[in-house]
Design a protein around this ligand. Sequence first.
Ligand code: FAD
Ligand code: PYC
Length: 447
Amino acid sequence: MSQVGCVVTHWIVGNEQDKGIPNAQSKNRIRNHMRRYSAFAIAREGARYHTGWERAWKSPEPKKRYDAIIVGAGGHGLATAYYLGKNHGIKNVAILEKGWLGGGNTGRNTTIIRSNYLQDPSAAIYEKARSLYETMSQDLNYNVMFSPRGVMMLAQTEHEIRGYERTAHANALQGVATEFISPQRVKELVPIINIHGPRYPVLGALWQPRGGTARHDAVAWGYARACSNMGMDIIQQCEVTGVRRDGDKVIGVDTTKGSIDCDKLGVVVAGHSGVLADMAGFRLPIESVALQALVSEPIKPCMDVVVMANTVHGYMSQSDKGEMVIGGGADGYNNYTQRGSFHHIEETVRALVETFPMISRLKMLRQWGGIVDMTGDRSPIISKTPVENMFINCGWGTGGFKAIPGSGWAMAELMAKGASPLADEFTMWRFGEGKFIDESVAAGVAH
Ligand code: FAD
Ligand code: PYC
């Protein structure tokens, strides 16, 4: 009802109300505020051949100055902008993107969402993110297709059993609902699995029933639409080429669309974080490597949970279209190629065939790569920088899709208030201070 009410009040205001004719003021409001998506809107548009849908976000030219600029319109950058507006009332914001929004890792990942990390600061931010995913579609008025179908990480060696039991105990203390389950329970949940593999039998699994997947593009599009609706400027095809400083303080950026001033700068560019840090005159403890994935031809539903097999370096889920979504380990060398490679596909598929013999018959349709930003302890950086009023959010490596809402929440708080309880431990200086947040096991992907 509130959605219908919202649509109607946009149209009928002031003197024209009785006649139901939109006046100048209300027309303006229609231009500034997007209509809510609802069942009513679908019916209305169906009745008029879908001629009335608006663009989901505007594409303005940059202004001369903003209160805050976010570099990078991936999920983390867009979420940061969204929570700056929603939680802190900072809406004079530009999000600058060198390509198209969501075209980086956000649109290239395998969409696994879980919060089964070992260390307390990680569990806190990933669980915050997972819980925000539960209500994201309603919050953004955009269907992000969150599917809490359950995520399991297989234990295929004695060492993994010990590791995952330890994580399950840690999660119990952190209030994250996970459990260590038996091979028989694994088989019940995933009938297509072979738990008696000759080299790597399934010995159990770390199971998070409220983990799952979401549609990655929709997450970016939903945040973008909500940011645009708050009056923020999303500027695509606008590469940041320089960071401008006055002494130790940031004052703006140079871009392919000219110079833009700002009071605060948030850099959220994943694999290009080192490049942006270099522009600002400092170094980051980050390496950029390609991580790859592939999908099979679509088949009938056969697996309704997400399975990660970390010993053999493979993970798999089934998309709503029926494709098996498969990923493997990261490249062993630094690069910026955003491409897949045959040896990875071979390795990953060969490894998974032992545990899922039925995939040996599948044709693989597409493969791709993204450039992930890896820290030494496999935990992110959400931090102030040596440059005053410049903040950095990076280091999500192979596992940042799941973190998008929690990361945006924390980064926005850090930018608005100068500190955030969720971000406190993730400073870029922890590497110099020896305060690692070691998540090399929970990261779940071989590096
Ligand atoms: P991005 O989405 O990469 O956004 C950064 C943006 O910055 C890009 O759009 C880029 O064009 C822009 N940019 C860069 N330089 C500039 C510049 N100079 N000026 C302007 N813009 C610039 N995580 C999970 O949680 N679960 C998974 O299942 C999972 N699977 C993955 C599978 C693969 C194959 C890959 C590659 C990653 C996977 N990840 C997964 C990791 C996850 O995708 C990333 O951690 C996350 O998407 C990072 O989001 P982001 O917004 O930080 O980066
Ligand atoms: O972090 O869960 C994860 C993940 C799965 C695949 C790539 N990253």
